[in-house]
Design a protein. Structure first.
Length: 433
């Protein structure tokens, strides 16, 4: 009898164990890459650097006629001493040949000799107090768009992919001219000269528009390649304000990632569909055991290993007509290959960045998007409250859209330029769709 009772008891224990396992399994969510990263998969573009002159040097007669036809009258007036040939839409052969040489020189100088390009644009027809006075009565956004349109017409090509690559490459070169030590003093002098504001506006609008507003989702192949090398050497990539933007990192072989971002529920257009799932699951303990399967093309499995909350970043705050709360939380995902070999971890720290987050150690490198770099470097009301002067002298950022890392001296130049009366510092709190 005791034996029968013992068997019955063990049977009930076994059934209870199975039910618990089944219930736990039902609470574990299985997702694929499309569920979590579809937005990035379908819209993100990997930009590569190219030689602007080589890409654009085939300047046909029809290209010159297009420039003359499409350039607005106000820009033709500003360029009257730089490219006078385009003032007339009907060009003769001599005018076409003359215009071709000048346009090719613009292409060549932007690629190989930015100071020479700046010297050309400092011409009095393009940049002067008279131009400033005319622009003072115009909407500032329209003024900046005017300079962007000028460059878009000069560099237009029917190959739209090449056009985007060229404009992104130009944005990189303009940024480097403005803030790299070799030419920073020349840019600073422009910002301090009221007669040269048109040149400053041109440099900053192209940099910001083609590295942030239009390209905020895009990655530069150099950045991904360099981060893969850093990751393979055992370093952790600390991604400042990266949202859910980790798909291209993992696809490129970067498997040790720390992401610090409060992730606002009111700014979902900047995140992929699965941002909430990445932060917290619906199962036991915040979704412990949840999985994401990626095919990139090799199989990668992400498994939620832990979820911890410690209060709130924001609690019941009215924002954009909604009452929101953001938990102060840390989610850790293990990253394994298809055979179960651990490759690394992804840690999402959901809070605002702090000064201590920027302490450099030998096992860390730092990543940021171009527009977020603006908030780190700004003084004033748009600043995130970070003091770059406290960064160590060997500190630097890999920037998502830039071909080269940004060193500490470059960061200090960005900070210093804000003291100039007409700096027009790159960046904005509003970026594109």
């Amino acid at each position: 009898m005791k034996k029968v009772k013992s068997i019955i008891s063990l049977t009930f224990v076994f059934i209870f164990f199975l039910l618990e396992c089944k219930t736990g399994a039902l609470n574990v969510a299985e997702k694929n890459q499309e569920d979590i990263f579809s937005k990035w998969i379908s819209t993100q573009i990997i930009r590569t650097d190219l030689n602007i002159y080589d890409a654009m040097k085939d300047v046909s007669n029809s290209k010159i006629q297009y420039i003359a036809r499409m350039m607005p009258a106000n820009l033709k007036a500003q360029m009257s001493e730089i490219l006078p040939e385009i003032s007339n839409e009907k060009l003769d052969n001599a005018s076409i040949d003359s215009a071709r040489k000048k346009i090719l020189n613009i292409y060549k100088d932007i690629e190989f000799n930015m100071p020479a390009f700046i010297h050309t644009m400092k011409n009095r027809s393009f940049a002067s107090l008279k131009v400033n006075k005319q622009e003072a009565g115009e909407d500032s956004s329209d003024v900046l768009a005017k300079y962007r349109k000028m460059m878009e017409i000069l560099f237009f090509t029917d190959d739209l992919d090449k056009f985007d690559m060229v404009m992104g490459a130009m944005g990189n070169r303009f940024f480097e001219f403005c803030y790299y030590d070799k030419t920073f003093s020349q840019y600073k002098a422009l910002t301090e000269n009221n007669e040269q504001l048109s040149v400053v506006k041109l440099l900053n609008e192209i940099s910001w528009y083609y590295l942030a507003r239009r390209e905020w989702k895009s990655w530069h192949s150099n950045t991904l390649m360099n981060l893969k090398k850093e990751s393979e050497s055992g370093k952790q990539v600390v991604y400042i304000a990266g949202g859910s933007d980790i798909y291209q990192l993992i696809k490129s072989g970067v498997y040790n990632i720390v992401n610090i971002d409060p992730i606002y529920p009111t700014q979902t257009k900047y995140y992929s569909e699965g941002w909430e799932y990445l932060a917290r699951g619906h199962g036991k303990g915040g979704g412990i055991g949840d999985r994401i399967t990626l095919e990139v093309p090799q199989k990668i499995i992400m498994t939620r290993a832990s979820y911890v909350e410690s209060g709130y970043v924001i609690k019941e705050k009215e924002m954009f007509g909604k009452t929101i709360s953001i938990p102060d939380s840390i989610t850790v995902w293990n990253i394994e290959d298809g055979k179960g070999k651990k490759l690394g971890t992804y840690k999402l720290i959901r809070r605002f960045v702090k000064q201590d987050d920027f302490i450099k150690t030998p096992d860390k490198v730092f990543l940021i998007s171009f527009n977020e770099l603006y908030f780190i470097m700004r003084t004033g009301p748009e600043s995130w409250g970070i003091d770059p002067n406290k960064f160590s002298s060997d500190f630097g950022f890999y920037v998502k859209q830039l071909r080269n890392p940004v060193s500490y001296p470059v960061l200090m130049n960005i900070r210093r330029i804000q003291e100039s009366p007409n700096s027009h510092v790159f960046g904005s709190s509003v970026i594109g769709k």
